[in-house]
Write a protein that binds this ligand. Structure first.
Ligand code: NAD
Length: 285
């Protein structure tokens, strides 16, 4: 009989006594509070792509709580309109892989706000297929959704900034949501992993090109973030040295921190937020 809490849970799991094991029940600490970072944060105009669900939604809410104006570009009309009606977000229904639609939404937002201070390029899809079944079109589609929009938004933003008679005194912040999959892989993940590797490299290229506008560019690489609030098993938690799976708010706090006014010396960085999973050494059993 195990006398340690975690071992007891593992024993329950092995004996089929453990059905659902939620993050909020994680061992060894008080119930988790879904928190936001509280830092002095002057209101800014913030654009979040993919802000209708999951990590993007938590980021949009974090900036709203910091008294910012928030615009969301997302393809999900229903969730976006709900967000607009209930939380005061400016919502544009856009498929970010449609470059003309993306440009048109960007132009409309600039007409409304005159400029943007912070862009969070977050929209993304995972499409995992065996290499023999992943068509060239499948591969390109993932890049079109996950990678190319970050370049397009940065290009549109730089072009707009060059047209301003006076520079934006704040400069700006671009935060790109990548993934720890730019560092490690499973089988059948070529398209997604390539898109995230592209984003991680694009981050430092954009850092150079946007420097003249005072815009810093950083990426966040989330590990396993439980956006669907799925039931978790004990081993899912124990796989992470932090002994839990991530929550969208874990990423939102980092986005807010990177966007903070004094943090313009963090530039071209990639911040891994994965509960330690990527650094964990694993030997064959
Ligand atoms: P999610 O599916 O919960 O949310 C993604 C959002 O993007 C949705 O609102 C969706 O409607 C929107 N979206 C998707 N394709 C779009 C398109 N073509 N045009 C406009 N909007 C589109 O996913 P999530 O887990 O919150 O993922 C957000 C980002 O975080 C993605 O870039 C993803 O690759 C990255 N990420 C997630 C995890 C994780 O474990 N959840 C881990 C690493 C990286």
């Amino acid at each position: 009989m195990a006398d340690n809490y975690l071992e007891r849970r593992m024993e329950d799991m092995r004996n089929g006594r453990l059905q659902n094991y939620k993050t909020s029940n994680r061992p060894g600490s008080a119930p988790m509070k879904k928190g936001y970072l509280h830092i002095p944060f002057p209101p800014r105009r913030v654009l979040v792509t993919g802000g209708a669900h999951g990590i993007g939604l938590a980021i949009a809410r974090a900036f709203l709580k910091a008294d910012c104006k928030v615009a969301v570009f997302d393809r999900d009309m229903e969730a976006g309109e709900k967000l607009a009606n209930e939380e005061g977000v400016r919502f544009y229904q856009v498929d970010v892989s449609d470059s003309e639609a993306l440009q048109s939404a960007f132009d409309n937002l600039i007409k409304a706000w005159l400029d943007i201070d912070i862009i969070i390029s977050n929209a993304g899809v995972g499409d995992f297929k065996p290499i023999t079944e992943c068509s060239i079109e499948d591969f390109k589609r993932v890049l079109d959704i996950n990678l190319t929009p970050a370049f397009i938004l940065a290009k549109l933003w730089a072009t707009h900034r060059s047209s301003l008679p006076l520079p934006n005194p704040f400069g700006g912040r671009m935060v790109i949501v990548s993934s720890t999959r730019h560092l490690q892989s499973e089988i059948s993940t070529e398209a997604y992993t390539a898109s995230k590797g592209g984003l991680s490299s694009l981050t430092h290229a954009l850092m150079m090109s946007l420097s003249e506008y005072g815009i810093t560019v950083n990426s966040i690489s989330p590990g396993w973030i439980n956006v669907a609030e799925e039931p978790l098993r004990a081993e899912d938690l124990l796989h992470h040295p932090s002994r839990r799976v991530g929550e969208p708010e874990d990423i939102a706090r980092v986005a807010l921190f990177l966007a903070a006014p004094d943090n313009n010396f963090i530039n071209g960085a990639d911040i891994v937020v994965d509960g330690g999973a990527t650094r964990r050494m694993i030997y064959p059993e």
